[in-house]
Design a protein around this ligand. Structure first.
Ligand SMILES: [Fe+2]
Length: 480
């Protein structure tokens, strides 16, 4: 209010200027000051606006740098190729303001370039292109030079057939070769359709910088995958040395691993833990190497002493695995593997752990292990009828097994369970289990046990029976 009255007094002062010269001068002074103040504020406002515009420009200029930063940061978190390629393509797209980005990796053995993330191609995750082909990425990989095409349809190196196949309209193309530390081309970065016109030489510089970082990461991911394959195969071979001692237990470790991974997947176990689960399941019975064959292969019931000797395999598994230099990520493997005979109520072996003391991953393996033992043909008995197997799993709920793990198993698609079950059998059936894709294992068992089939389920029991009992002798009597 005070301000209003002062400004209105200034205005009235100006209108009375002719009548009062003294007042006139002071009013003029007031007006000048007022105008000066106004001009100052206006200038400040304009300056602020310019500053904000500059800041925005600066930010825009630095945008690629932040993309580069994000990719570099992912180095610390992404060791796996798939995730790494996804991060790189996503960041490149936003960095260069383009519609698509693909990283083509050179498969030197097959003379092909493959890409895993070609965004927008629904259903196609991996595309393979011959290195000797006419595609622009092939040109780029062969020449080792940057290719920047402002208008694809006016360039003879562009093959419009690719667009015809994918329904995409290519406009601008920028390809930059990826090189390893020795300068050899190991792949190509391709970005398509810049949103604001053709790719500039500045874009080339940014993409080249990104490519330099990315190629190091990709090389690292490839080396990591190689090491992982090596560790995987080595552990599998070690596990097989146990399975192979007795041809009738052949494949037990691999099947237990596959059942465990299926369950782990449906229980939403995180990737790092799935790796621990895989190696632990693979090696769970490794300690059997320390159990005499005369006991392992004995026909008929074991004496209490012999049973105690068999039980030792769990602690031997721990001792042997504990000598392996597992990385920090896999440090839990010896413990998880050696807990597969623990029971929730504490009556298992060999540490007599109870409930939560037993690692969750070991509880998964426990279900997979018992299921496989009962559904495998062993030297001392045939496959157990599936109803009986289910009875055993159910009666073990909350005393032997974690109910959540039993449920996870029951909810697996019957097709997946049967594929694992039959994977190592010498005589494989010609039965097509893909019809059992939509039925859960639990329902499958109900149908086998005599439940009335609903529409579409009529043949499921026959398919199952033919497969489960395939190759059994005529006079076969299931033993329990
Ligand atoms: Fe075992």
């Amino acid at each position: 209010m005070a301000k209003n009255s002062s400004s209105s007094s200034k205005a009235s002062g100006a209108s009375k200027a002719v009548a009062q010269p003294g007042a006139n001068n002071s009013a003029k002074k007031d007006l000048r000051e007022f105008e000066e103040e106004l001009a100052k504020r206006e200038i400040a406002l304009i300056e602020r606006e310019i500053k904000s515009l500059r800041l925005q420009e600066e930010l825009e200029r630095l945008r690629p740098l932040s993309g580069l930063y994000r990719v570099v940061k992912s180095m610390a978190t992404e060791r796996k190729m798939d995730a790494l390629l996804e991060t790189i393509t996503r960041e490149t797209q936003s960095m260069l303001k383009c519609d698509r980005c693909s990283v083509f990796v050179l498969d030197a053995d097959r003379s092909e370039l493959w890409t895993q993330v070609a965004q927008g191609l629904i259903g196609t995750r991996t595309i393979r292109i011959p290195l000797s082909g006419t595609a622009i990425v092939s040109h780029c990989a062969r020449s080792g030079k940057i290719i920047n095409i402002p208008d694809a349809y006016k360039d003879e190196r562009f093959d419009p057939d690719v667009d015809k196949k994918t329904g995409y309209r290519t406009q601008s193309v920028l390809c930059v070769p990826m090189r390893n530390r020795d300068g050899m081309v190991i792949g190509v970065f391709q970005v398509l359709n810049k949103l604001t016109g053709p790719f500039t030489s500045e874009d080339e510089d940014w993409l080249e910088a990104l490519t330099t970082v990315a190629s190091g990461l990709i090389e690292q991911a490839q080396a990591y995958a190689e090491i992982e394959r090596f560790v995987d195969k080595t552990l599998e071979v070690l596990a097989q040395t146990i399975d192979k001692r007795d041809p009738l237990t052949a494949g037990h470790s691999v099947r237990v691993t596959n059942y465990s991974l299926l369950m782990g997947g449906s229980l939403k176990v995180v990737q790092e833990d799935l790796d621990v689960l895989r190696y632990s399941a693979m090696m769970h019975d490794y300690g059997k190497i320390g159990v005499p064959e005369a006991i392992l292969w004995k026909n008929g019931r074991l004496t209490p002493e012999e049973y105690a000797t068999v039980q030792k395999h769990a602690s031997i598994t721990f001792d042997l695995l504990n000598n392996l230099p597992f990385t920090k990520r896999l440090a839990a493997v010896p413990f998880v593997a050696s807990c597969h005979h623990e029971k929730l109520d504490g009556t298992g072996y060999y540490r007599n752990l109870k409930g939560e003391q037993i690692p969750f991953l070991s509880r998964i393996i426990a279900v997979a292990d018992v299921f496989d033992a009962l559904t495998s043909v062993r030297h001392y008995r045939n496959r157990m009828p599936i109803e009986k197997v289910t009875e055993i799993l159910d009666s073990g709920r909350d005393n032997h097994f974690d109910s959540a793990c039993v449920d996870a198993f029951y909810n697996l698609p019957a097709e997946q369970v049967l594929r694992v079950m039959e994977s190592e059998r010498e005589q494989t059936t010609s039965e097509d289990v893909s019809v059992l894709k939509a039925v859960k294992w639990k329902r499958m068992v109900e149908l086998v046990s005599g439940a009335t089939p609903k529409r579409g389920e009529e043949d499921f029991k026959n398919v199952f029976d033919r497969m489960y009992n395939f190759g059994l002798p005529e006079n076969y009597k299931p033993l329990d």
